[in-house]
Design a protein around this ligand. Structure first.
Ligand SMILES: Nc1ncnc2c1ncn2[C@@H]1O[C@H](COP(=O)(O)OP(=O)(O)OP(=O)(O)O)[C@@H](O)[C@H]1O
Ligand SMILES: [Mg+2]
Length: 260
Protein backbone atom coordinates (compact mmCIF):
# COMPACT_ATOMS: atom_id res chain seq x y z
CA UNK A 1 0.00 0.00 0.00
CA UNK A 2 1.32 3.40 -0.99
CA UNK A 3 2.33 5.89 1.68
CA UNK A 4 1.04 9.34 0.75
CA UNK A 5 3.05 12.47 1.58
CA UNK A 6 1.86 16.05 1.05
CA UNK A 7 4.23 19.02 0.82
CA UNK A 8 2.44 22.13 1.99
CA UNK A 9 2.63 25.58 3.53
CA UNK A 10 0.16 28.45 3.59
CA UNK A 11 3.02 30.62 2.28
CA UNK A 12 4.36 30.76 -1.26
CA UNK A 13 8.00 30.24 -2.11
CA UNK A 14 9.06 28.22 0.94
CA UNK A 15 10.58 25.39 -1.12
CA UNK A 16 7.62 22.96 -1.27
CA UNK A 17 8.00 22.01 -4.93
CA UNK A 18 11.79 21.82 -4.73
CA UNK A 19 11.73 19.47 -1.76
CA UNK A 20 8.86 17.44 -3.23
CA UNK A 21 10.51 16.79 -6.61
CA UNK A 22 13.87 15.90 -5.10
CA UNK A 23 12.37 13.69 -2.41
CA UNK A 24 10.36 11.89 -5.12
CA UNK A 25 13.39 11.29 -7.33
CA UNK A 26 15.67 10.17 -4.50
CA UNK A 27 12.97 7.86 -3.17
CA UNK A 28 12.61 6.31 -6.65
CA UNK A 29 16.38 5.84 -6.75
CA UNK A 30 16.07 3.70 -3.62
CA UNK A 31 14.06 1.26 -5.74
CA UNK A 32 10.60 2.41 -4.60
CA UNK A 33 7.68 2.83 -7.01
CA UNK A 34 6.90 6.56 -6.89
CA UNK A 35 4.03 8.69 -8.19
CA UNK A 36 4.16 12.49 -7.99
CA UNK A 37 0.94 14.49 -8.33
CA UNK A 38 1.24 18.21 -9.02
CA UNK A 39 -1.69 20.20 -7.65
CA UNK A 40 -0.25 23.66 -8.33
CA UNK A 41 -1.01 26.18 -11.08
CA UNK A 42 2.71 27.00 -11.41
CA UNK A 43 3.39 23.40 -12.39
CA UNK A 44 7.01 23.48 -11.17
CA UNK A 45 7.09 19.74 -10.57
CA UNK A 46 5.21 18.97 -13.81
CA UNK A 47 7.61 20.91 -16.04
CA UNK A 48 10.68 19.52 -14.31
CA UNK A 49 9.53 15.94 -14.95
CA UNK A 50 7.73 16.28 -18.30
CA UNK A 51 8.89 18.49 -21.16
CA UNK A 52 5.40 18.60 -22.65
CA UNK A 53 3.66 19.50 -19.36
CA UNK A 54 3.10 23.19 -20.21
CA UNK A 55 1.33 22.40 -23.47
CA UNK A 56 -1.07 19.72 -22.23
CA UNK A 57 -4.79 20.56 -22.39
CA UNK A 58 -6.78 20.57 -19.15
CA UNK A 59 -8.32 17.19 -20.06
CA UNK A 60 -4.87 15.48 -19.99
CA UNK A 61 -3.91 16.67 -16.51
CA UNK A 62 -4.98 16.36 -12.89
CA UNK A 63 -7.37 19.24 -13.68
CA UNK A 64 -9.73 16.72 -15.33
CA UNK A 65 -9.45 14.16 -12.51
CA UNK A 66 -10.26 16.57 -9.71
CA UNK A 67 -12.82 18.74 -11.50
CA UNK A 68 -16.12 17.62 -9.92
CA UNK A 69 -17.87 17.76 -13.32
CA UNK A 70 -15.31 15.57 -15.11
CA UNK A 71 -13.67 13.18 -12.61
CA UNK A 72 -11.52 11.52 -15.28
CA UNK A 73 -9.79 8.47 -13.73
CA UNK A 74 -6.38 9.49 -12.42
CA UNK A 75 -4.88 6.39 -14.04
CA UNK A 76 -5.57 7.97 -17.46
CA UNK A 77 -3.45 11.06 -16.77
CA UNK A 78 -0.35 9.35 -15.33
CA UNK A 79 2.82 9.90 -17.39
CA UNK A 80 6.11 8.03 -17.08
CA UNK A 81 9.08 10.40 -16.77
CA UNK A 82 12.71 9.65 -17.54
CA UNK A 83 13.64 10.25 -13.88
CA UNK A 84 12.13 7.00 -12.59
CA UNK A 85 9.04 8.76 -11.24
CA UNK A 86 5.51 8.60 -12.63
CA UNK A 87 3.86 12.01 -12.79
CA UNK A 88 0.36 13.43 -12.89
CA UNK A 89 0.89 16.94 -14.27
CA UNK A 90 -1.07 20.03 -13.27
CA UNK A 91 -2.67 22.67 -15.51
CA UNK A 92 -2.24 26.44 -15.14
CA UNK A 93 -5.99 26.70 -14.51
CA UNK A 94 -5.99 24.73 -11.23
CA UNK A 95 -7.72 27.69 -9.56
CA UNK A 96 -10.95 26.72 -11.30
CA UNK A 97 -10.74 23.20 -9.88
CA UNK A 98 -10.09 24.61 -6.39
CA UNK A 99 -13.15 26.84 -6.71
CA UNK A 100 -15.37 23.99 -7.99
CA UNK A 101 -14.23 21.66 -5.21
CA UNK A 102 -14.93 24.36 -2.63
CA UNK A 103 -18.57 24.52 -3.72
CA UNK A 104 -19.04 20.74 -4.14
CA UNK A 105 -20.07 20.16 -0.51
CA UNK A 106 -18.33 17.73 1.82
CA UNK A 107 -17.47 15.28 -0.98
CA UNK A 108 -15.33 18.03 -2.55
CA UNK A 109 -12.79 17.31 0.17
CA UNK A 110 -12.51 13.59 -0.66
CA UNK A 111 -12.24 13.52 -4.45
CA UNK A 112 -8.46 13.01 -4.44
CA UNK A 113 -8.84 10.17 -1.95
CA UNK A 114 -11.44 8.51 -4.19
CA UNK A 115 -9.23 8.95 -7.25
CA UNK A 116 -6.20 7.50 -5.47
CA UNK A 117 -7.82 4.41 -4.02
CA UNK A 118 -7.42 2.18 -7.15
CA UNK A 119 -3.74 3.20 -7.39
CA UNK A 120 -2.61 2.45 -3.85
CA UNK A 121 -1.25 -0.99 -4.67
CA UNK A 122 0.59 0.22 -7.80
CA UNK A 123 2.94 2.50 -5.87
CA UNK A 124 5.05 2.47 -2.70
CA UNK A 125 5.00 6.26 -2.32
CA UNK A 126 2.73 9.01 -3.62
CA UNK A 127 4.03 12.59 -3.34
CA UNK A 128 1.58 15.51 -3.49
CA UNK A 129 2.83 19.01 -4.26
CA UNK A 130 0.30 21.60 -3.09
CA UNK A 131 -0.21 25.33 -3.78
CA UNK A 132 1.03 28.01 -1.35
CA UNK A 133 -2.43 28.54 0.08
CA UNK A 134 -4.94 26.53 2.08
CA UNK A 135 -7.51 26.06 -0.69
CA UNK A 136 -9.75 23.07 -1.53
CA UNK A 137 -6.93 21.31 -3.44
CA UNK A 138 -4.70 21.59 -0.39
CA UNK A 139 -7.54 20.30 1.79
CA UNK A 140 -7.88 17.23 -0.49
CA UNK A 141 -4.15 16.58 -0.23
CA UNK A 142 -3.96 17.02 3.54
CA UNK A 143 -7.02 14.90 4.07
CA UNK A 144 -5.51 11.90 2.25
CA UNK A 145 -1.86 12.32 3.33
CA UNK A 146 -0.44 10.16 6.05
CA UNK A 147 2.61 12.41 6.34
CA UNK A 148 2.66 16.17 5.84
CA UNK A 149 5.92 17.98 5.17
CA UNK A 150 5.90 21.74 5.79
CA UNK A 151 8.97 23.47 4.32
CA UNK A 152 9.74 26.73 6.14
CA UNK A 153 12.47 29.32 5.76
CA UNK A 154 14.26 30.85 8.72
CA UNK A 155 12.22 34.05 9.05
CA UNK A 156 9.27 35.23 11.12
CA UNK A 157 6.84 35.57 8.20
CA UNK A 158 7.36 31.89 7.30
CA UNK A 159 7.11 30.84 10.95
CA UNK A 160 3.73 32.53 11.37
CA UNK A 161 2.35 30.99 8.13
CA UNK A 162 3.69 27.61 9.25
CA UNK A 163 1.87 27.99 12.57
CA UNK A 164 -1.37 28.77 10.65
CA UNK A 165 -0.75 25.66 8.50
CA UNK A 166 -0.21 23.51 11.60
CA UNK A 167 -3.43 24.80 13.18
CA UNK A 168 -5.29 24.00 9.94
CA UNK A 169 -3.86 20.45 9.88
CA UNK A 170 -4.82 20.00 13.52
CA UNK A 171 -8.37 21.13 12.79
CA UNK A 172 -8.63 18.88 9.71
CA UNK A 173 -7.04 15.73 11.13
CA UNK A 174 -7.55 16.20 14.85
CA UNK A 175 -3.83 15.77 15.57
CA UNK A 176 -0.37 16.80 14.43
CA UNK A 177 1.51 13.52 14.66
CA UNK A 178 1.78 13.31 10.87
CA UNK A 179 3.20 16.82 10.40
CA UNK A 180 6.89 17.69 10.04
CA UNK A 181 8.30 21.21 9.66
CA UNK A 182 11.53 21.29 7.64
CA UNK A 183 13.78 24.34 7.55
CA UNK A 184 14.80 25.06 3.96
CA UNK A 185 17.22 27.39 2.17
CA UNK A 186 19.16 27.57 5.42
CA UNK A 187 22.87 28.33 5.46
CA UNK A 188 24.53 25.81 7.81
CA UNK A 189 26.54 28.63 9.38
CA UNK A 190 23.39 29.72 11.25
CA UNK A 191 23.05 26.32 12.92
CA UNK A 192 24.29 25.71 16.49
CA UNK A 193 28.09 25.55 16.39
CA UNK A 194 28.21 27.58 13.16
CA UNK A 195 30.01 30.91 12.96
CA UNK A 196 26.73 32.84 12.60
CA UNK A 197 24.83 30.95 15.32
CA UNK A 198 24.90 34.01 17.61
CA UNK A 199 23.47 36.36 14.98
CA UNK A 200 19.85 37.50 14.89
CA UNK A 201 19.06 34.91 12.20
CA UNK A 202 20.95 32.23 14.11
CA UNK A 203 18.76 32.96 17.13
CA UNK A 204 15.70 32.35 14.95
CA UNK A 205 16.83 28.73 14.64
CA UNK A 206 16.68 28.41 18.44
CA UNK A 207 13.20 29.95 18.35
CA UNK A 208 12.13 27.50 15.64
CA UNK A 209 13.17 24.64 17.94
CA UNK A 210 10.95 26.08 20.68
CA UNK A 211 7.96 27.02 18.49
CA UNK A 212 7.82 23.81 16.44
CA UNK A 213 9.28 21.47 19.08
CA UNK A 214 8.19 17.89 18.27
CA UNK A 215 7.22 18.59 14.66
CA UNK A 216 10.60 20.11 13.67
CA UNK A 217 12.72 17.81 11.53
CA UNK A 218 16.36 17.53 12.62
CA UNK A 219 17.32 17.59 8.93
CA UNK A 220 17.65 21.07 7.37
CA UNK A 221 17.95 21.75 3.63
CA UNK A 222 20.86 24.06 2.82
CA UNK A 223 20.61 27.09 0.58
CA UNK A 224 22.29 25.88 -2.60
CA UNK A 225 23.27 27.75 -5.75
CA UNK A 226 23.72 24.33 -7.43
CA UNK A 227 20.05 23.68 -6.83
CA UNK A 228 18.97 27.02 -8.33
CA UNK A 229 21.22 26.51 -11.36
CA UNK A 230 19.93 22.97 -11.83
CA UNK A 231 16.35 24.30 -11.95
CA UNK A 232 17.41 26.95 -14.49
CA UNK A 233 18.57 24.06 -16.70
CA UNK A 234 15.34 22.13 -16.18
CA UNK A 235 17.13 19.51 -14.09
CA UNK A 236 17.03 18.30 -10.52
CA UNK A 237 20.25 18.75 -8.57
CA UNK A 238 20.44 14.95 -8.43
CA UNK A 239 21.08 15.05 -12.19
CA UNK A 240 23.05 18.30 -12.28
CA UNK A 241 25.42 17.69 -9.34
CA UNK A 242 25.07 14.13 -8.08
CA UNK A 243 27.03 13.65 -4.88
CA UNK A 244 26.98 17.38 -4.01
CA UNK A 245 26.50 18.49 -0.39
CA UNK A 246 22.87 19.46 -1.05
CA UNK A 247 22.19 16.03 -2.63
CA UNK A 248 23.59 14.27 0.43
CA UNK A 249 21.34 16.36 2.67
CA UNK A 250 18.29 15.71 0.50
CA UNK A 251 19.05 11.99 0.72
CA UNK A 252 19.31 12.33 4.50
CA UNK A 253 15.89 13.99 4.45
CA UNK A 254 14.47 11.08 2.44
CA UNK A 255 15.97 8.49 4.79
CA UNK A 256 14.79 10.34 7.88
CA UNK A 257 11.39 11.69 6.89
CA UNK A 258 10.17 9.64 3.92
CA UNK A 259 11.44 6.06 4.10
CA UNK A 260 11.47 5.94 7.93
N1 LIG B 1 17.46 24.70 -0.91
C1 LIG B 1 17.38 25.69 -1.81
N2 LIG B 1 18.48 26.41 -2.16
C2 LIG B 1 18.40 27.43 -3.05
N3 LIG B 1 17.27 27.79 -3.68
C3 LIG B 1 16.15 27.11 -3.38
C4 LIG B 1 16.14 26.03 -2.45
N4 LIG B 1 14.87 25.55 -2.36
C5 LIG B 1 14.14 26.30 -3.20
N5 LIG B 1 14.89 27.23 -3.82
C6 LIG B 1 14.44 28.25 -4.79
O1 LIG B 1 13.45 29.04 -4.16
C7 LIG B 1 12.39 29.35 -5.06
C8 LIG B 1 11.08 28.83 -4.47
O2 LIG B 1 11.15 27.42 -4.39
P1 LIG B 1 9.88 26.51 -4.71
O3 LIG B 1 9.30 26.83 -6.03
O4 LIG B 1 10.27 25.11 -4.43
O5 LIG B 1 8.88 27.03 -3.57
P2 LIG B 1 7.34 26.70 -3.41
O6 LIG B 1 7.07 26.70 -1.96
O7 LIG B 1 6.99 25.48 -4.16
O8 LIG B 1 6.67 27.98 -4.11
P3 LIG B 1 5.12 28.15 -4.50
O9 LIG B 1 4.40 28.43 -3.22
O10 LIG B 1 5.14 29.35 -5.41
O11 LIG B 1 4.67 26.89 -5.14
C9 LIG B 1 12.77 28.69 -6.38
O12 LIG B 1 13.38 29.67 -7.19
C10 LIG B 1 13.76 27.61 -6.00
O13 LIG B 1 14.71 27.36 -7.03
MG1 LIG C 1 5.50 25.18 -5.64
Amino acid sequence: MARILAFTNNKGGTGKSTLCVHAAQLTAQQGERVLLIDLTSQGTASSLYLEEAGSLPESETVWASLHPHHQRPLLEVIYTSDKGVDVVPAHSNMAEVAARLATAGSEGCYLLQQQLSPLLTDYDFIFLDTPGELNALTANALQVAERIIIPTRLNRADFSCTEVTLRYINALKGQLTQARTVLTMLDDRYLPGGIWAGSHTGQLYVQAQQIFADVLSPVTIPDSSDLRTAFDHGLTVVEYRPGSAVCRRLLQFVEYEVLL
